[in-house]
Design a protein around this ligand. Sequence first.
Ligand code: 8X3
Length: 268
Amino acid sequence: VVSPLKMVLCWKIIEELYMKSIIITGASAGFGESAARKLHAEGNSVLLLARREDRLKKITDELGENAQYYVIDVSNRKEVEDLFSNLPAGFKSADVIINNAGLALGAGKAPDVDLDDWDTMVDTNNKGLMYTSYFAAKLMKPLKKGQIINIGSVSGETPYPGGNVYGATKAFVRHLSRNLRIDLHGLNIRVCNIEPGAVSESEFSNVRFKGDDKKAASVYEGWDSLTSSDIADAIVWTINLPERVNIDNIEIMPTAQTAAGLQIAKDQ
Ligand code: 8X3
């Protein structure tokens, strides 16, 4: 007869073997929060990163054991460096990083935009991604294992009116993902770029329209857009595939959304 103690020990060993340690940026809301919740529910250890401590604390308190948080602005190189030099126990050889932090600010056509918004988008969507990817790759390279999941956007594939610098930052995400995949080739490190289309039920639209809730909500009125949970499902699926499988790129659109095609101005 196997003693209860031995059974618990066996269970712990099995858990250790299959449980992954996963770092998630932009984890205080949206896809990041949803992915953190789903991955944690599957028995993984999660480290949630974002700027808003109150949100992070609330989520990790709800999740309990195996959920930790760290307050950080990913666009601050020093803060990212400090985090990676002092990663909490259990994350020093992290299996996965989900680079989800990012935002769209404004939807106006160039040049009728706020230049500060362009700066902020480049700082977070590109420089933030650059810093976290750099340090994650440094951590994973000697371990010869790991997975980097970046959150791009369909706007990085397809231009649209008012997309301007937001779309350009997401094209950077796509190209950096492809280039990292090549640089890390042979090291057993997976790199994936997930490109969502229009997603409601997240703060994304409110941030884009700077707190104008009515305008933000009107984008998603009367049709069935994606939810954060749909994107989190894709993230979880990508992680759970066998290590031999690398999903290089996924574009995920709501059924009701497609690219618009070319246009001609006759009376200019
Ligand atoms: C945002 C995609 O379609 O909402 O990344 O502009 S969309």
